[in-house]
Design a protein around this ligand. Structure first.
Ligand SMILES: C[S@@+](CC[C@H](N)C(=O)[O-])C[C@H]1O[C@@H](n2cnc3c(N)ncnc32)[C@H](O)[C@@H]1O
Length: 346
């Protein structure tokens, strides 16, 4: 490594050390190649971005493109291949120094400028950009999400009539039968080698589980609970409270609610969309399971009235505080069921 590169890396590491502990932790996690390997190997994710960008050369040709949170610069390189006049990639993590080498190895240094720093603090070499590309999604869409950073970049830099890739994100939820796994993860604490471990049951219940759910576990129809239009939404929209109804598809038990999200690139000539739901191919986002304290016994056609409240944690805005209320609408007095639960994604 040359002396100037070394001092750039050292300066970046020093800047990271000056940040709040939670922010350091977040950005440091992106310093290592492992997390980028996982994202790059997520074919559903990376190919969707590739198709959305490379198949739409007519949109990218001669445009100035901003890649918010460029990581290893994969999206920046797709944009350069799609004919962008210039691409600016911004990332706070030190992975950006590897990204510079990667861009160089691929002969794209004259087309791509990579800036190390926080999007909110750096100054771009262009006053405005034509297109923003970004992969900002976290578990349950909003956990550890950097969508507020994308919205900042949009408001500060995007030309009027500029495009955002992707521009739509929708969270869905349904009720699932998950008795065996709930017993393994939650019931486990009732009796640990003959001891009552239920204080840990409470914490286990309060942590949503990021895991894959089989489509056959779905007992209710899925319902969209949040739809974000990235051209219009604001940071305030990222804290939301929403009522919704889940309708049982069959007679069964509901142990948990499961949530996932879909992503749309609607500016494309032929729309590109991908889903992270149980009905489709695996992605590293998997699904997010919220176990209920009790079990709802539902018959086909019955509705569960739900209310979901999601907001960033006051101390660490990347964490989420989530509240769920649920009530089974049934005429049967023996199957009445209702409750509420609080979860923390941290
Ligand atoms: C989910 S990764 C995506 C990386 C890459 N775009 C890709 O698709 O493989 C998000 C990246 O955004 C960066 N990031 C998040 N918030 C940022 C901010 N406010 N300023 C600069 N970089 C940020 C992280 O360091 C991380 O590398």
């Amino acid at each position: 490594m040359s002396d100037s590169k070394k001092s750039d890396v050292e300066a970046a590491e020093l800047a990271l050390k000056g940040m709040a502990h939670s922010e350091q932790h977040y950005f440091n996690s992106y310093n290592h190649h492992g997390i980028h390997e996982e994202m790059l190997k997520d074919e559903v994710r990376t190919r969707s971005y590739m198709n959305a960008i490379v198949q739409n050369k007519h949109l990218f040709k001669d445009k100035v493109v901003l890649d918010v949170g460029c990581g290893t610069a994969i999206l920046s390189m797709f944009a350069a291949k799609a004919g962008a006049k210039h691409v600016i990639g911004v990332d706070m993590s030190t992975i950006i120094f590897k990204a510079r080498e990667i861009v160089d190895r691929n002969g794209l240094t004259d087309k791509i400028t990579l800036i190390q720093g926080k999007m909110e603090e750096i100054e771009l070499p262009f006053p405005k950009v034509d297109i923003i590309i970004s992969e900002w999604m976290g578990y349950f869409l909003l956990y550890e999400s950097m969508l507020d950073t994308v919205l900042y970049a949009r408001d500060r830099y995007l030309n009027k009539d500029g495009l955002i890739f992707p521009d739509k994100a929708t969270i869905y939820a349904c009720g699932i039968e998950d008795g065996d796994y709930k017993d393994e993860k939650i019931g486990f604490w009732d009796n640990v080698y003959g001891f009552d471990y239920t204080p840990l049951k409470e914490t286990a219940l309060a942590e949503p589980l990021v895991d894959t759910v089989e489509v056959k576990a779905a007992v209710t129809d899925p319902v969209a609970i949040l739809a974000l239009d990235l051209y219009k939404c604001t940071v305030e929209d990222l804290a939301f409270a929403v009522p919704f109804k889940l309708t049982a598809r069959r007679d069964d038990f509901v142990h948990a609610l499961v949530a996932w999200f879909d992503i749309d690139f609607t500016a494309c000539h032929k729309a590109v969309r991908f889903s992270t739901g149980p009905h489709t191919k695996y992605t590293h986002w998997k699904q997010t399971v919220f176990y209920l304290k009790d079990v709802l016994t539902v018959t086909q056609g019955e509705e569960i009235n739900c209310h979901l409240d999601v907001k960033p944690n006051e101390r660490n805005r990347r964490d989420l505080d989530i509240k769920v209320k649920y009530q089974l609408e049934t005429q049967d007095p023996t199957r009445q069921g209702q409750g509420e639960a609080e979860y923390k994604m941290c």
